[in-house]
Design a protein around this ligand. Structure first.
Ligand SMILES: NC(=O)C1=CN([C@@H]2O[C@H](COP(=O)(O)OP(=O)(O)OC[C@H]3O[C@@H](n4cnc5c(N)ncnc54)[C@H](O)[C@@H]3O)[C@@H](O)[C@H]2O)C=CC1
Ligand SMILES: O=C(O)C(=O)Cc1ccc(O)cc1
Length: 300
C-alpha cells in the first residue's frame, strides 16, 4: 500500500524531525502537521516544516494514509480521540512513544476500528520543540515497530518502509519486550542521570559550588541527559512503571554489592566488575554499535 499523504500530530523534536526527513527524502509525499499548541503551530509555519499546518486535529488527518502521533506518552489517548473523526477507514495510525505496551492499549481503545501499529524511533536528544528537530535524526538509527497480532502484514510493511525511507533500520518486536529492553537501555539511565544531578546539586551547598565548576568529566554527560524534557520523561516512567521498577530492583542490588565491596575494601570485586563493563563497551564498539552516546550529542 502506497503512502502518499502523511500527517504528523505533535511538532516537537521528533514530529518536526519526521516532517523534515520526509520533506528531504520523500519529495512525492505530502506532509500535513498539527500541534495542540498555537505557538508551536506558528513556529512550525515559520520554519516551513510541512506542506500544510492544520489548526484542527481531525482536519489535519483528512485523506492521510499514515498518521504519526508524536506527543508525550500520556497525551496519546487524547490525541487519538481528537483525530478519530477525520481518519480515512484504511489509514495507518502509528506513534513514536518511548514506551509501547500502555500506548498500544490506549490507541487501540481510542481507535477500535482502525489499523494501529505502534513504533519507537530509538533516536533523539535532550532538546524539545520544533526548532530542535533535524532531518538526519533517524539516519542509521533503529526504529522498533511493535505490531499487535491483528495488524495487517501489508500495513506493517508500509510503516516499516516509511521509516526505512527516513534512513532508519527497522526491527519488529512485542510491545512488552520493547518495554523491558528500553527500561534497561534508556529509561533507567535517564532515571540515574536525573538522580545524580539532583543529588549533586543538593551536595553543592556542602562543596560551595564546586560541582558546577569542575563538571568537565562524566558528570557533564549526566547533566545533558538530566536536561531532557520533564513532561515527556514523567510520562515514560508512569507508563513503563513495571519494567522500570523491575530493572531498578536489579540495579539497586548491584549497587548495594558494589557499596559493600567499597566498605569492605574488596578491590578484587571492584576490579572484576569494572573489567567486565569495559569489555562490554569494547564489544559494542567492535560490533559497530557505538553510535548511541556520541550521536545523541551530535547537534551540541
Ligand atoms: N525526545 C526524544 O529524544 C525522543 C522522544 N520520543 C517520544 O516522542 C514523543 C514526542 O517527544 P518530543 O518530540 O521529544 O516532545 P516535544 O515536547 O518536543 O514535542 C511534543 C509536542 O506535542 C504537542 N502536544 C502535546 N499534546 C498534544 C495533543 N494532545 N495533540 C497535539 N499535540 C500535542 C506539544 O505541544 C509539543 O509540541 C514522546 O512520546 C516521546 O516519548 C521518542 C524518541 C526520542
Ligand atoms: O539524548 C539521549 O541520550 C537519548 O537517550 C535520546 C532518546 C530519548 C528517548 C528515547 O525514547 C530515545 C532516545
Amino acid at each position: 500500500m502506497a503512502i502518499e499523504r502523511v500527517t504528523v500530530v505533535g511538532l516537537g523534536l521528533i514530529g518536526s524531525s519526521i516532517a523534515r526527513a520526509a520533506k528531504a527524502r520523500l519529495p512525492q509525499v505530502t506532509v500535513t502537521g498539527h500541534d495542540a499548541s498555537a505557538d508551536v503551530r506558528e513556529e512550525a509555519r515559520t520554519l516551513g516544516l510541512c506542506d500544510t499546518i492544520a489548526d484542527d486535529p481531525a482536519a489535519s488527518v483528512l485523506g492521510s494514509d499514515l498518521v504519526i502521533l508524536a506527543v508525550p506518552v500520556g497525551r496519546m489517548a487524547d490525541a487519538a480521540a481528537a483525530i478519530a473523526p477525520g481518519l480515512k477507514p484504511d489509514a495507518i495510525i502509528s506513534d513514536v512513544g518511548s514506551s509501547k505496551a500502555g500506548v498500544a492499549d490506549a490507541l487501540a481503545k481510542a481507535l477500535p476500528d482502525h489499523v494501529v501499529i505502534p513504533a519507537h524511533p530509538v533516536a533523539g536528544t535532550e532538546n524539545s520543540g520544533p526548532a530542535a528537530g533535524f532531518a538526519t535524526l533517524f539516519e542509521g538509527r533503529w526504529c522498533i515497530v511493535t505490531p499487535g497480532a491483528s495488524a495487517p502484514a501489508d500495513a506493517v510493511a508500509a510503516l516499516s518502509g516509511f521509516w526505512e525511507a527516513l534512513g532508519a533500520k527497522v526491527d519488529t518486536m512485542d510491545a512488552a519486550h520493547h518495554d523491558m529492553v528500553l527500561a534497561v537501555t534508556s529509561h533507567l539511565p535517564h532515571l540515574i542521570a536525573y538522580t545524580i544531578v539532583g543529588t549533586a546539586s543538593e551536595l553543592e551547598e556542602v562543596t560551595e559550588s564546586e560541582v558546577i565548576k569542575y563538571s568537565a568529566g562524566g558528570f557533564r554527560d549526566f547533566t545533558r541527559i538530566a536536561a531532557s524534557d520533564p513532561v515527556m520523561w514523567r510520562d515514560v516512567f508512569l507508563a513503563n512503571k513495571d519494567a522500570v521498577l523491575e530493572t531498578l530492583q536489579r540495579f539497586n542490588e548491584d549497587l548495594t554489592a558494589l557499596q559493600q565491596a567499597i566498605r569492605r575494601g574488596d578491590g578484587a570485586k571492584l576490579e572484576d566488575w569494572f573489567t567486565r563493563t569495559r569489555a562490554i563497551r569494547r564489544s559494542i564498539i567492535e560490533q559497530g554499535q557505538d553510535d548511541a552516546a556520541p550521536d545523541f550529542g551530535r547537534r551540541h
